[in-house]
Write a protein that binds this ligand. Structure first.
Ligand code: G
Ligand code: G
Ligand code: MN
Ligand code: NA
Length: 251
């Protein structure tokens, strides 16, 4: 299995396709960014990223996967810009906390953004809160390096892990994403969503809610002060080519 120049059998880089889910600003109702999600088809059959992402990571191909997705994401963003879609300011990709620390990553990604003719701020990295940060000082230095190069870092699935307040205070993170589990249970209990919004505000971070499936959830999250949201109610993940039309249809 190889993601690169493909000597091995199956997971070649061009078999990985990113799809894009819009992220909507809750004040304006406009799509302002997107999350790229990797898709892999094997013999016409979609393999879930829940299966192939951990596999790629175990094989030491996590960074390569991230770069492949980032490249597609930046090409997509540049293409949308060319088509006059100027509201979309950035695209987020997912990466493990381990691969985030891979030496030279910040430079490679910054160069990729530049090569696509895009300004700093065009790329966001999402790391899941469940990924343990075991070397805070090294993580802090890496996040600082990314930030200097205009790459934003978001904490994904927030509320499902065990970040200490000390981490949030010490790490230069820009976005907290409320895990969709807490959006799904919002009607019964909004304590976690409310708390995550409060934490984000206290640390000067933006807050994005995931997995918004109903207008009621959207309204409740807006009332809590969430900045932006994504979910089936606001738009499903679609191909790069299909994204502009999907966003226009939703607006
Ligand atoms: O749509 P969904 O089934 O795409 O994604 C399932 C899970 O896989 C989510 O947790 C998502 O963050 C993760 N995922 C999707 N694409 C990627 C990717 O390119 N890299 C990593 N690390 N995780 C991804
Ligand atoms: O872990 P991460 O946040 O990256 O996961 C994104 C996952 O959530 C992807 O599998 C994506 O397809 C899925 N997703 C996006 N919007 C919704 C939604 O409204 N409801 C549900 N159940 N899943 C969603
Ligand atoms: Mn994510
Ligand atoms: Na999530």
């Amino acid at each position: 299995i190889s993601l690169g120049a493909a000597t091995g059998p199956t997971m070649s880089a061009d078999a990985i396709t990113a799809v894009f889910q819009p992220v909507v600003d809750l004040d304006s109702g406009l799509a302002v960014s997107a999350e790229a999600l990797a898709r892999w088809e094997l013999d016409g059959q979609a393999i879930s990223p829940l299966r192939f992402v951990p596999l790629a990571e175990e094989l030491g191909l996590g960074r390569e996967l991230a770069v492949v997705v980032a490249r597609q994401a930046m090409h997509a963003l540049a293409g949308w810009r060319t088509q006059g879609m100027h509201d979309i300011g950035s695209v987020a990709i997912n990466i493990s906390a381990t691969d985030l620390l891979s030496p030279g990553l910040a430079d490679e990604l910054a160069e990729l953004v530049r090569d696509c003719g895009l300004p700093p701020g065009s790329l966001t990295l999402e790391i899941t809160e469940r990924d343990v940060v075991d070397d805070v000082e090294r993580t802090r230095a890496t996040l600082q390096e990314l930030r200097t190069r205009g790459i934003t870092v978001a904490v994904d699935d927030f509320g499902t892990g065990f970040s200490s307040l000390a981490y949030l205070a010490r790490l230069p993170l820009q976005v907290l994403k409320i895990d969709r589990e807490f959006v799904a249970t919002l009607h019964a209990d909004d304590t976690i969503a409310r708390t995550v919004v409060g934490l984000a505000k206290s640390f000067g971070m933006d807050c994005i809610a995931e997995g918004i499936e109903t207008p009621e959830q959207l309204g409740a999250l807006f009332a809590l002060g969430v900045n932006a949201g994504q979910g089936w109610h606001l738009g499903r993940p679609v191909s790069a080519q299909g994204f502009p039309a999907a966003v226009a249809a939703q607006a």
